[in-house]
Structures are given as C-alpha cells and as structure tokens.
Design a protein around this ligand. Structure first.
Ligand SMILES: *Cc1c(COP(=O)(O)O)cnc(C)c1O
Length: 235
C-alpha cells in the first residue's frame, strides 16, 4: 500500500464508522445513508488511491477540475458528480463528463444541459439544489418555486430527477443548521406527494452531517472528513 492509500483507508474506515454510529443513534439503518466523497482541490494521486479503496463516485464543485482530472483517471471508471454552482456555459463539458448534477437550480441551466445531453445521446441523474437558508450568497432555488420547477423538469427527458440537495447555513447553532435540513426533507415529502420521484436527499457535510442524518439525509457529501484539510479555499 502506498502512503496515500493507507492514510485514506484509515480515514475512510473511521468516517464510515462515525456515519454508521450517527445513523444508529437516531434509529436509522446505516445502509440507507451513502457517502459521496468530495475530491475538490485534491490531486489525481489521492483520487486514484480512493479508487483503490473501492470508491468510484466523486463530487467536484468546479467543472474545470473534472476536465483536468478525468483524462489521467480515465482507466478508473469514475462517475463525476457536480455539486457546485454551475454556469450555463459549462453545460457542454458537464454533458460530456458528468454522471450526475446535484446543483440544478434554474430553468435556464436545465435547458442548456438538456440540449447538450441530447447532442451527446445521454441522460444523467439530477438533484434540485434548494436554498434552505436566508444567507445571501448561497445558491439554490427558493423553496416556493420548487413545485413549479419540478413540474417543468418533466419536459426534459435527459434529466432524471432523483431528489433534492442543499447546503445548510453556516451557524454555530445546531438548531438553525438542523432547520435547513428539516426544510429540505419537508419539501421532498411534498414533492413526493405531488407525484415526483425524489428518493435522494443530499445534505450534510463534514461539519454538520450528524444533524443531516437525523433529518433524513440519504447522501452525505464529505470532503475534509475523508481527505483532510484543503489548502485552497473552495470557490
Ligand atoms: C466542498 C463541498 C462539500 C464538502 O465539504 P466538507 O466540509 O469538506 O465535507 C460538500 N458540498 C459542497 C457543495 C461542497 O462544495
């Protein structure tokens, strides 16, 4: 084992144990909660080491980084998941390289992705990112617009809507953080009642995932907890 691999193997086992314990603490089956490793800012060697542990889906918040990492890792069978704010002019690269987009937050983007995906003859999974905190500068669809948006998405058959995603507020008050996760779950339940297939709830990061688990997360997006601290501030 390389140094990278043994370090990561330890981190990964510890994170999975903690997630499992957090599930059991609230009476949930750990098998219901997936972890999406977030590899942003980490190099191809570390991602390759993670592939060696059996991980094959990775979250990135910049399409440019997927463009750089995908070619040298082409032999790894990686599924790249876009989790960051997405400009419409990146739709072409996303359609070519990504297996899933969790940051779908506006119709203009859905249209651009659909056009490019049709061109590629592909369909991808998408989650709708919802703005669950009042903080300015956070991306996502306003909750009130979600029902109408979900209805409109039925018109794009290259976008398979699987659920919802959010980033909680940056607060030291767990009740405020938890309220964001609870809102996403309630919106999911309402959407399901409307007839939409929204089984996935992508919520919870390294600093707040136990609260997300308590509110029903089905996928945690974990970077720091697995790969360590990032030197570069994420954009
Ligand atoms: C970076 C990032 C994460 C992971 O953050 P950590 O705190 O390192 O776990 C999750 N979601 C999004 C959208 C991110 O950009």
């Amino acid at each position: 084992m390389s140094a990278d691999t043994s370090y990561l193997a330890g981190q990964w086992a510890q994170v999975r144990d903690r997630v499992d314990a957090a599930c059991r603490a609230v009476g949930r089956d750990p098998a219901e909660v997936d972890i999406l490793p977030v590899s942003k800012t980490f190099g191809v060697d570390l991602v390759r080491a993670a592939v060696g542990l059996g991980l094959h889906r990775f979250g990135e918040n910049k399409v440019q980084e997927i463009r750089e990492k995908a070619p040298p890792l082409a032999d790894c069978g990686i599924e790249w998941v876009v989790i960051g704010h997405l400009q419409t002019n990146k739709a072409k690269d996303v359609a070519r390289l990504a297996s899933e987009v969790q940051s779908l937050d506006r119709l203009e983007l859905a249209e651009a992705l659909h056009r490019r995906l049709r061109h590629e003859g592909r369909a991808i999974d998408v989650l709708v990112q919802v703005k669950t905190s009042p903080e300015p500068g956070k991306f996502g669809l306003p909750p009130a617009q979600l029902p109408g948006f979900l209805d409109l998405l039925r018109g794009y058959d290259s976008l398979r809507v699987r659920g919802l995603m959010t980033m909680a507020t940056h607060s030291s008050d767990p009740a405020e953080v938890r309220a964001c996760f609870r809102l996403l779950r309630e919106l999911r339940d309402q959407g399901m009642a409307q007839g939409h297939d929204l089984e996935k709830l992508s919520m919870g990061m390294s600093g707040d995932y136990p609260l997300a688990i308590a509110e029903g997360a089905t996928e945690l997006r974990l970077g720091t907890a697995i790969f360590g601290r990032r030197d570069v501030t994420p954009g």
